[in-house]
Design a protein around this ligand. Sequence first.
Ligand SMILES: *Cc1c(COP(=O)(O)O)cnc(C)c1O
Length: 499
Amino acid sequence: MRYTSTRDQSLAVLSAEAIAKGISADGGLFVPEFTPQVSSDFIEELASLDYIGRAVRVLSLFLSDFSEEELAEYAKGAYGGGKFSHEKTVPLVKLGERTHVLELWRGPTCAFKDMALQILPYLLTGSVKKAGIGQEIVILVATSGDTGKAALEGFCDVAGTRILVFYPSEGVSPMQKLQMTTQKGENVGVCGIAGNFDDAQTGVKQIFTDEKIKAVFNENNFSFSSANSINWGRLVPQIVYYFSAYCDLLGEGKIQNGDKVNFVVPTGNFGNILAAYFAKHMGLPVNKLICASNANNVLTDFMKTGTYDRNRQFFATASPSMDILISSNLERLLFLMNGGNAAEIREWFASLAKTGSYAVNGGVLSLLQSEFAAGYCDDAATKETIKNTFEKNGYLLDTHTAVAVRVYEDYVKETGDKTVSVIASTASPYKFCADVLDAVKGGAVQAKDDFSMLKELEAFTGVAAPQQLKALKGQQPRFSQVCEKEDMQGVVLGMLGLI
Ligand SMILES: *Cc1c(COP(=O)(O)O)cnc(C)c1O
């Protein structure tokens, strides 16, 4: 299996090179040359395996330059050894008659990012070795809150790597900020920026492609990579859990092998839902992929009209990890849908960079609409959904998953679709205590510190908070730096001791 670039389809590299580099030198994203196909027998076999076994089988279809032994070692290191708080790694919990929640947040940082970022350090260090890169790898991360902590945790003290994280200093929850600023490890750095996630992501992408910085890095034996979902090594582990959820539905007799299911995904950078799209096109029986957004509803409009337009107000919402107006992974989807036409992708993304918008043609729009349903909801509807779901189903949603549940409910009302559905649950409610508590108590909450609210939420709901969040109480932040978005380059050089 080789990988090409969305902006240059003549490129063909092995997965190790794609993962080690993170992003293609032409500014495009790496995509597999073809989508491997599986049969219903393959799914039957997967159903008999545990999560680690399922991961190895799915990953090996895409990462053919890695041996099964290597992948098994990586998957064990990532998902075994009690790192996840549930024996099934990703438990599937029944919500309603036909609705299930896939809890992707049972890992060390309580967000679904752990699913990829626990295994990425293995994939990346393995890739660097295979690709013969002798330099120390500097992983630059732009985060809307959850990727930062998950990447810090995954790469903490991993030999041959440094990790530097930029987060919007006013755009993450207090718990998210404390998780990052208290990070331990000798190879880590964390800095806030006076801007939003899009600013952080744009700054990181600029550093990646800056020739002067590249030269300084070469002189000092450093090379960049990315732990954002622009890296294929982030995306491929996420395909596994869609197969796993299907297998668990089979195991519980909720469906027969071959029956279609819907996946509902709270979406920001479009990585998670793109993984579901890959699973579908490999042969997993999927009806609709339902793309749920918050008030930053650029994707909802895009799916309806075919015009992507980021020229709009940016909202800081109760689901901050989805406060994104430039969804990077959409570039991969469009490349898959326009028949691998890199020239057209270059045109669209040049237009996005220059004018903030682009419009796809009718063929791509009708493909989009046949595969996806899309919707959004605001903070008031998100909180109402948290309250209703807790009262009706006894299940406590976080603010992101609540967006997905609401959009799904609206979708069912509109379409009458009775297909069995799986809602991707992307974070523990305890990462967003203030809003979740406010929601379940119907607004009767006094402003308090996050740990008092955590206790109150536990007492009110009877749902236990994750130990690793409770343990943050009283910890002193190690990193307090905040920079202007224009100064990110200098911060990177400073953290590496290069100026
Ligand atoms: C990152 C994140 C999302 C969005 O996922 P994408 O892959 O960026 O679309 C949704 N919810 C939570 C809690 C997240 O951390």
